[in-house]
Write a protein that binds this ligand. Structure first.
Ligand SMILES: [Zn+2]
Ligand SMILES: [Zn+2]
Length: 332
């Protein structure tokens, strides 16, 4: 534990003075553990992932953004927070989800379409529960100084910390709840380049293309295989799945959910992606946000999945480990 936090702190200090590290969580809080090649293989048996922000909406509001509520064996986590301040709050209310008891927020990366709702969520929900949205889990690099386009996360960090929110920075796969893993930044072994080429970032080695180094996903270990939830897929969905298999456990990927950033991918790249998804034995896909409609249908065809098993994500839909995908009306 101490080594872990020490490493995180050390790297944080090197990269940016904006990093804040907490030596160890208080005794009542879930203790994130870090293991090298992982020895704990706890499997989640009850899992539900409900979409709260994406382009399509069956009920509530659609927007360019992403957010989902994850419920794993009774533990809750908000995965990303949508773009507009009110989207997730309004959609949760309309869909009947009470977010007051959600204390943990996962941010896939710094972009505003995933982080825009965080401050208003904290503001509204803390009134009834001061612990609501009080722990924010981010990947190393999220506060790095962007040269063009800025990085609102730096300002947001100050506001959140002033409000008592703990920000926890990850650099390695880490088990947050039993069987629920935060990947931390993903090794880019394939050249997927799922990010814009215009951004620049300052590092200790000078100025480099902003490849969104902090981009992280959630990997939930279940008896059917991993369920992997991606925000915008900037690290590349295949890189992410390879990383999950090589660092957490070498087993099949049962389902992929979220944004995979294939909206502008060539047919050649989609075919390459499909081939790899097939190799991972992917059986279910919810392609939301930046996955792209053509990309989703192309993957569906290439993997010979049924219309129930490969759907476009929409607000109000959900993935259930037992029953599969409950698609929105628009996506059936
Ligand atoms: Zn993004
Ligand atoms: Zn996005």
């Amino acid at each position: 534990m101490k080594t872990t936090y020490f490493n995180i702190c050390l790297l944080g200090i090197v990269l940016s003075s904006f990093y804040h590290c907490t030596p160890s969580p208080s005794p009542n809080e879930p203790q994130a553990k870090q293991v090298s090649l992982i020895e704990t293989h706890h499997q989640v048996t009850d899992l539900k992932i409900a979409t709260l922000s994406t382009m399509l909406a069956n009920r509530g509001i659609g927007e360019w953004g992403y957010a989902a509520l994850v419920e794993a064996d009774g533990r809750q986590l908000l995965f990303d927070t949508g773009q507009r301040p009110e989207t997730v709050l309004k959609n949760a209310e309309e869909l009947g989800f009470d977010l007051h008891e959600v204390e943990d927020v996962f941010l896939s990366h710094n972009h505003g379409d995933h982080t825009g709702g965080l401050l208003s969520l904290r503001e509204k929900l803390k009134v009834l529960n001061p612990k609501a949205m009080s722990r924010v889990h981010v990947g190393k690099g999220i506060f790095a100084q962007r040269i063009n386009g800025g990085n609102r996360m730096q300002e947001m960090k100050q506001q959140l910390e002033a409000d008592g929110v703990e920000i926890i920075i990850y650099e390695k796969p880490t088990e947050l709840f039993p069987g629920v893993w935060i990947t931390g930044p993903v090794e880019r072994i394939h050249d997927e380049k799922n990010y814009g080429q215009g951004g620049r970032i300052y590092t200790e080695d000078g100025e480099i293309v902003d490849n969104i180094p902090e981009d992280q996903s959630l990997a939930i270990n279940t008896d059917k295989g991993f369920v992997v939830l991606a925000g915008c897929g900037h690290a590349g969905i295949i890189n992410t799945l390879d990383y999950v298999k090589s660092t957490i456990q070498d087993k099949n990927i049962f389902a992929v959910v979220g944004g995979f950033h294939l909206v502008s991918a060539s047919d050649e790249h989609l075919a390459w992606t499909a081939k790899h998804l097939q190799d991972f034995d992917v059986e279910k896909i919810v392609g939301a946000h930046c996955t792209g409609l053509h990309a989703l249908y192309s993957l569906k065809e290439s993997l010979a999945l049924s219309r129930e098993d490969a759907v476009v994500g929409s607000v109000g839909d959900y993935f259930d480990l037992k029953d599969g995908i409950h698609a929105g009306i628009i996506a059936r």
